[in-house]
Structure formats: C-alpha cells, structure tokens
Design a binder for this molecule. Sequence first.
Ligand code: AKG
Ligand code: FE2
Length: 315
Amino acid sequence: MERREAAVERLHGVTRERFLRDIYPRRKPVVLTGLELGTCTTKWTTDYLSQAEGSKEVKIHVSAVPQMDFLSKNFVYRTMPFDAFVRRAAEVKHKEYFLTEDEKYYLRSVGEDVRKDIADIRKQFPILAEDIIIPEYFEKEKFFSSVFRISSAGLQLWTHYDVMDNFLIQVTGRKRVVLYSPRDAPYLYLSGTKSEVLDVDNPDMEKYPLFVKAKRYQCVLEAGDVLFIPALWFHNVVSEEFGVALNVFWKHLPAESYDKTDTYGNKDPMAASRAIQILDRALKTLEELPEEYRDFYARRMVLRIQEKAYRNDYG
Ligand SMILES: O=C(O)CCC(=O)C(=O)O
Ligand SMILES: [Fe+2]
C-alpha cells in the first residue's frame, strides 16, 4: 500500500519565475526557504511589536484548552489592546486572564468592517507592514488579502481549507503544519470548510474510522519559512512556540468565480455553492419516494456524478 504519510518538500531560494513555471502548476504544498522577507525576521520581538502598533483594540480568540474547535466553539472572543495582547500571547502563565491562568491566545486580523472589508496588513498594521516584503509570486491583480496572525505557544488551529491560494509566511516562532489533499475529503469528516477531526496526531478511530485513509503531509515551519498552501488543501496548525505570521491569499480562479461577500477567503466559489444548493433540492425531491426507490435512484445519481464530474487521474 502507498505510504499514507509524506514530508512537504522544502526548496531553497526559489525565484518567482521558477515558482510559476515548475511549482505553482503542480498544485501541491511546498515550503520555500531563504526568501527575502525584509527586516521583520529580526525586528519583530514582542517589545517592538507592542510599541510599534500601540494600544489599538484587537479582537482575539481565547482558549482554555490548546485545541481550538470551531465546531463546538470551545473558545471565546475578547477585545483587548494590541500591545497588552502581544505580551499575554508571549507568556505561558498569566497574572491577568479571562478564563484560566494558562489560557492561550490567537489573533487572526480582519478588516475594519468584518462583514465588508478584507484583512490587509497595510491598512490594519501599517507600521509593521513596512518591515515585511511579501514574495509576490503572483500577479498584483490577483491579490486578495494579507492576514496578520499571532499565536500562543501550544495552540492548535482546527483542520480546514480555504478557497484562495496562500503563502503562509512564518516570521517568528516554530509551527508544525499537517496538510491533506482535497482528494482525501471523503476521509476527513467535513462540516462546511472544517474537519471534525481536530486531534490529527491522535484521532479517535472509533468515531473517525476512515481517517486513516487520508494521506498526511507534514512540515515544520521555522522563522523565515514560507509555506505555499494551494486552494482547497486542508491544513491543521500547531504553534510549537509563540509566533507571528502573515499569510497572503490570492486568487487562483478568475475574479468572477468567487463569492463577492467573502471577506475571509473561505466561501466556496459561486458555481460550487450553487451546485450544492441544487443537490440539496435533488435530495429533497428524492424524499418523495419510498426508501427502496430512494436508495436505488440515489446510487444512480452518485454513479452519474462520478462518471461526469470526477477527474480520472485521482485514485
Ligand atoms: O498559521 C496559522 O496560524 C494559520 C494559517 C492558516 O490557516 C492560513 O494561512 O490559512
Ligand atoms: Fe487557513
């Protein structure tokens, strides 16, 4: 049997030309090392970060447990001054806290108006934006958002996919990322864009028996590494140390394909959402039939989907 585990390839000093010619079209994750990221890699200490952007309010995730779960919502949102937040996220035990003295923090920056505006580090953290060079290995018009992320040591982010191509730039701190191909979606127990399997290192095999079939891709990002995450690839992230990252989302598909109301980069493309709605209507229609017939026609529909819409180079 094919090994169900692989290391994400690490490539040093890849130029824009080489990325676009040899790597981007493969649609597989890769860690790019040795890229020019500017002064951020040495400058972004906790003191500098706090002082640079001061006490502006940020909305953060606070979790009493290391494994954040978006589906059961085992964390809370709180608002606090950015400088105080950075200091809290960098410490392990807190004198002042919301839930517990060892609670963990996560910032995922958002636009001014969360519902209308996208995250853009140049707008929300203009001083810090000066320190970082984003490797623009895509056309300028394809840019979607730049998301500033700060995480406590030990925090784990739920397994999910995004619909944009992504460079996850790890500026400081070590992070472990586990990825799964979109083709393994049938084994990931999805609920929307998220997987129910949080503990990817130690999954509950009784609850998620098919999960072993999913091929695990893993990498460790050190400060200065950039992970290319193609759209639709699932990722689960453990911050092994307090760390600061910036991720850039850009459009792979033509601009019209995306949902205009998407500010996070995780709403399915319009045609996909419409197809899913139509499928839900078809399922509702099948309910008009008794079970024996419903089962028969449902199986025929599955076969038709497989025949007409699956690609034939997937196993
Ligand atoms: O590194 C993180 O904190 C999360 C990264 C992520 O989910 C992303 O870049 O899409
Ligand atoms: Fe993501």
